[in-house]
Design a protein around this ligand. Sequence first.
Ligand code: SF4
Length: 364
Amino acid sequence: MSTAWFTKALLPWYREHYRPLPWRETRDPYRIWLSEVILQQTRVDQGLAYWERFVARYPTIMDLAAAPEGEILRLWQGLGYYSRARNLLSAAKQVVQDHGGHFPADHAALCSLKGVGDYTASAIASICFDLPEPVVDGNVYRVLARIFGNGTPIDSTAGRKEFRALAAQLLDPKHPGDHNQAVMELGATVCTPQKPLCGQCPLANKCIARKADRIAELPYKAGKTKTRTRHFNYLHIAVEDGIYLHKREGRDIWQGLWELPLIESDRPLGASAMAKRIALTIGPTAVITAKHGPVKHLLSHQVIFAVFWTCVLPKKARPPKGWVRVSWKKLDRHALPRVMECHFQEHRPESRGGRKPYLRPPIH
Ligand code: SF4
């Protein structure tokens, strides 16, 4: 199949209409990699400020590789998907230790960096090193599925293979970087999921979905990923000038971030059931004085129902291992998941006009 028409229509459109973003003004793999990692699952308008902060704080990959993980997580706060931030640090260390501080100009070697998959490796390889590697992200799936009227499920192994092969066939070997960015840009700004701007599309006269009125059904997905529902019971235990926190460990969401001490349950708990669970965790003398929530928090594959239980500990009580007293002044030095950030925006002394918030009578 001749595919020259694709890039012939697309490249001039891209060169005239692309959004001038700072990572498009450079071919520095470090800055481009940073933008790719930040922009996965994040809108450009939101990601831009993060990219600027990272570049300002860590101008080179050496600076990033030498940074403490807590500091990176803190800078990442609000973007979610914190494993990406941890991978950022691991990959930076790999580039410094194994490649002398230079990104390798090779797709397979790029894929061996922590957190770098086919998509990011292809973006870096094509944009920075002119290597003919096709990029396939959500925008590319949408554009290709619609233009070619391809209904193969994009969430199947066969679909992923088929679309990658199609993207490779279409790729302009003389301008792989611009070509890849052009397809992604078309998907991001014109061929949008809802109400695409077909009147402005440089490929409209070739688009099968438009001609056959199949835009709404493409790209096709076979099945939705299952969503897990979780119930988080947070213990808000204020001490004189601060609060108890603990750091999340293990292979779970928000690894390495700080949160209130947590009791997870498989269903919503009432006050008496919660009191029993607290007794098992910190002893029977803790008293619940208030409850706030549930607050619903959506992640990509999880729904969290967070309930905040305010408790009072007797002065001599010994908190469990892993709990750390953090003063209100130092709270902002800790990387927090979004659900905690929102909680503390409302429930810290200065946000309540200096009033002590949790001195209501016990609830049962
Ligand atoms: S014509 Fe419309 S549906 Fe087809 S690729 Fe262009 S914007 Fe997308």
